[in-house]
Ligand binder design. Structure first.
Ligand SMILES: *[C@@H]1O[C@H](CO)[C@@H](O)[C@H](O)[C@H]1NC(C)=O
Ligand SMILES: *[C@@H]1O[C@H](CO)[C@@H](O)[C@H](O)[C@H]1NC(C)=O
Ligand SMILES: *[C@@H]1O[C@H](CO)[C@@H](O)[C@H](O)[C@H]1NC(C)=O
Ligand SMILES: *[C@@H]1O[C@H](CO)[C@@H](O)[C@H](O)[C@H]1NC(C)=O
Ligand SMILES: *[C@@H]1O[C@H](CO)[C@@H](O)[C@H](O)[C@H]1NC(C)=O
Ligand SMILES: *[C@@H]1O[C@H](CO)[C@@H](O)[C@H](O)[C@H]1NC(C)=O
Ligand SMILES: *[C@@H]1O[C@H](CO)[C@@H](O)[C@H](O)[C@H]1NC(C)=O
Ligand SMILES: *[C@@H]1O[C@H](CO)[C@@H](O)[C@H](O)[C@H]1NC(C)=O
Length: 479
C-alpha cells in the first residue's frame, strides 16, 4: 500500500491528469505555455489544443483554410504564428473568442483580398504581419476596431488601394508603423495621407511602389524629408516614381528632384490647398485661405485659430474685417499684409468625443517682387537720364569755361519729381545755339535741389572728373 503514495506514483498521476486537461498533440512540442507545431506538413489544425497555450506556432505547414472559432478554445492566446502556409482566405469568425491575441503573423501566405471581417474582434492586437502575400486590396473596414494596433506590415504584396481614411488619431492611437512598401500603388489619396495622425505619417513606409510622378505626391515626401523621417531617410534610393506612369521612366525622386522643379512644394499656392505642416508663401494683398484639416472628421467640430501674436480667433470673431473664419474651420485673410506673417495654429475640437487635433501653418507674406523691381528700374532710369543730361550740360555747351564758374546743383532730380522741368531738358528749344536760353533752362532744372552754393560747386567739379560719383549722389539725393 505504501507504494501507492510513493513520489513516483504522485508524479505519474499528475502527468495523467495534466494530459487529459491539456493534451499536447503528438506532432507538436509543448512547453509550459508554448505550443510549437511548425514544419509538420499540417493541412488542418490539430484537434485538441491545450487551453493554457499562450504562444502557438503553426508556421511552415500547408494550412489552406481555417474555420470559424479555430482558436476559441485558447483564451490565453497571445501570439499566433501562421507564416509560410497556403492560406488564400480566412473564413468568417476565425478569430472569434480570440480577443487576447496581441501578435498575429500571417506573412508569406497567399491571401488575396483582406476582407473586413478577417480581423474582427482583435481589439488587443498590437502587431500584424501580412507581408509577402498576394494582397491586392485592403477593404475599408479591415483595420477598424484594431484599436491597440502598433505595427502593421503589408509590404511585398500587390496592394493598389489602402483605406488610409480609416486611420485617425482616436481610432488607432498607438499606431507608429504602417509598412506599405514594395506594393503596386500608383497614386494615393494624398489628402487622406496628409490627414493621418503625425505618428502614423512618421512610420508610413511607401518606397518601392509604382507611384506616378506628380506634384501632390512629391510635396508629401518633400515634407517628410524636411522632417527627417526615417521612412524617407533610410530608403532614399528606393523612393522612385514613374514619369507619366511609364514603368521604364523611373526616377529616384528624392535624389533627383529636377522633374519637380515646377511644383510648388513648400512655397505653394494653389488655394485652397489642404496643408498639414505647411509653409505658405503669399504675396502681399492676396486673399489667403488656411484650411484647418486635421485628422478629425465630422460636422460637430469647433475650431480655434491662434494667430502668430497669440490671439485667439474663434468662430465668434466672424465679423472681424481683417480675418474671417468659416464654419468649416477655414480661416480667411482677405488681403494679407506683411505683418500677418507667422505661425498660425488651428485646433479642432470634437466636444462629443472629447477629442482634439491641431494643425500648423507657417504663413510668409512677401512684397511682390515685380513692384520692387519697377521702383528700382525707374530710379535707375532716372539716374541714367540725369547723368546724360549732366554730361551734355558739361561738355556740349559752347561756353564751357564760363559755365564752370557757375554754381552747380548738389543733387539730381528724378524725372518723376518734376515732369515739367524734365520736359524742358528734352524740349527742342534746348540747344547749344542759344546758350543763354539753355543756361536759363538748366538753372530752372537745378533750381529746386540747390541748397548750398559752396557744396554744389565742389560736387560739380568732382562730377566732371568722376561721373561715377555723380551717380551716387543722384541716388542718395533721391531717397
Ligand atoms: C465565444 O464568445 C461568445 C460570446 O462572445 C460566447 O457566447 C461563446 O460561447 C464563446 N464560444 C466559445 C467556444 O468559447
Ligand atoms: C520592390 O518590390 C518588388 C515587388 O513589387 C520586389 O520584388 C523587390 O524585391 C522590391 N525591391 C526592394 C529593393 O525592396
Ligand atoms: C518647368 O517649367 C519650365 C518653364 O515653364 C519648362 O520649360 C519645363 O519643361 C518645366 N519642367 C517640367 C518638368 O515640367
Ligand atoms: C458686422 O458688423 C457690422 C458693423 O460693423 C454690423 O452691421 C453687422 O451686423 C455685423 N454682422 C454680423 C454677422 O455680426
Ligand atoms: C470652407 O468654406 C469656405 C467658404 O465656404 C471655402 O472657401 C473653403 O474651401 C472651405 N474649406 C474646406 C476645407 O472645405
Ligand atoms: C500690421 O500693420 C497694421 C498697419 O500697418 C496694423 O494696424 C496692425 O495692427 C499690424 N498687425 C500686427 C499683427 O502687427
Ligand atoms: C486636447 O487633448 C489633449 C490630450 O490629447 C488634452 O490634454 C487637452 O486638454 C485637449 N485640449 C482641449 C482644448 O480639449
Ligand atoms: C516660417 O517660415 C519662415 C520663412 O520661410 C522661416 O524663416 C521660419 O523659420 C518659419 N517658422 C517656422 C516656425 O517654421
Amino acid at each position: 500500500m505504501t507504494s501507492l503514495f510513493s513520489p513516483d506514483t504522485v508524479v505519474l498521476l499528475c502527468l495523467l491528469l495534466h494530459s487529459t486537461e491539456g493534451t499536447c498533440p503528438s506532432i507538436c512540442l509543448c512547453t509550459s505555455d508554448t505550443l510549437s507545431c511548425g514544419s509538420q506538413g499540417l493541412t488542418r489544425l490539430p484537434l485538441l489544443l491545450p487551453p493554457t497555450t499562450v504562444t502557438l506556432d503553426l508556421s511552415y505547414n500547408r494550412l489552406g483554410w481555417l474555420g470559424p472559432g479555430s482558436f476559441s478554445s485558447l483564451p490565453k492566446l497571445d501570439t499566433l504564428r501562421l507564416a509560410n502556409n497556403q492560406l488564400t482566405t480566412l473564413g468568417h469568425g476565425v478569430f472569434q473568442n480570440t480577443s487576447s491575441l496581441r501578435h498575429l503573423d500571417l506573412s508569406s501566405n497567399r491571401l488575396r483580398v483582406l476582407e473586413q471581417h478577417f480581423l474582427q474582434g482583435l481589439w488587443r492586437l498590437e502587431e500584424l504581419l501580412l507581408y509577402n502575400n498576394h494582397i491586392t486590396r485592403v477593404e475599408g473596414g479591415t483595420l477598424s476596431g484594431l484599436s491597440s494596433l502598433r505595427k502593421a506590415y503589408f509590404s511585398l504584396n500587390q496592394v493598389t488601394e489602402f483605406p488610409f481614411f480609416s486611420i485617425r488619431d482616436h481610432s488607432h492611437p498607438f499606431l507608429t508603423m504602417l509598412d506599405l512598401s514594395s506594393n503596386r500603388m500608383t497614386t494615393l489619396p494624398w489628402e487622406d495621407v496628409k490627414a493621418l495622425p503625425g505618428s502614423v505619417q512618421k512610420g508610413l513606409y511607401l518606397h518601392n511602389n509604382s507611384l506616378v510622378c506628380e506634384c501632390s505626391m512629391y510635396s508629401v515626401f518633400w515634407h517628410w524629408e524636411q522632417r527627417g523621417f526615417d521612412s524617407v531617410r533610410d530608403f532614399t534610393d528606393e523612393h522612385t516614381c514613374l514619369i507619366y506612369g511609364e514603368p521604364r521612366a523611373s526616377v529616384r525622386f528624392l535624389r533627383h528632384s529636377l522633374y519637380f522643379q515646377n511644383c510648388t512644394v513648400g512655397k505653394v499656392v494653389s488655394l485652397p490647398m489642404a496643408v498639414l505642416l505647411s509653409n505658405l508663401m503669399v504675396n502681399e494683398g492676396e486673399r489667403v485661405h488656411l484650411d484647418c484639416q486635421t485628422s478629425l472628421r465630422g460636422k460637430e467640430l469647433s475650431y480655434t485659430w491662434v494667430s502668430p501674436n497669440q490671439e485667439y480667433l474663434t468662430q465668434t470673431s466672424f465679423n472681424d474685417t481683417l480675418i474671417n473664419m468659416f464654419p468649416n474651420g477655414t480661416l480667411e485673410i482677405p488681403a494679407a499684409k506683411v505683418n500677418d506673417s507667422g505661425l498660425y495654429l488651428c485646433t479642432a475640437l470634437d466636444y462629443k468625443h472629447m477629442l482634439n487635433a491641431t494643425r500648423e501653418v507657417n504663413v510668409t507674406v512677401i512684397r511682390p517682387m515685380p513692384d520692387t523691381f519697377n521702383t528700382g528700374y525707374t530710379t535707375l532710369l532716372g539716374c541714367v537720364v540725369t547723368l546724360v543730361v549732366i554730361l551734355m550740360y558739361l561738355y556740349l555747351t559752347p561756353c564751357r569755361c564760363g559755365c564752370c564758374k557757375q554754381p552747380l546743383p548738389p543733387a539730381i532730380p528724378i524725372p518723376a519729381y518734376d515732369p515739367n522741368t524734365l520736359a524742358s531738358i528734352f524740349s527742342p528749344t534746348l540747344s547749344h545755339r542759344d546758350p543763354t536760353k539753355a543756361n536759363i533752362n538748366k538753372r530752372v532744372v537745378f533750381m529746386e535741389p540747390l541748397m548750398e552754393e559752396q557744396n554744389g560747386d565742389l560736387r560739380a567739379t568732382l562730377a566732371r572728373e568722376q561721373p561715377g560719383l555723380q551717380w551716387e549722389w543722384g541716388a542718395s539725393g533721391l531717397s
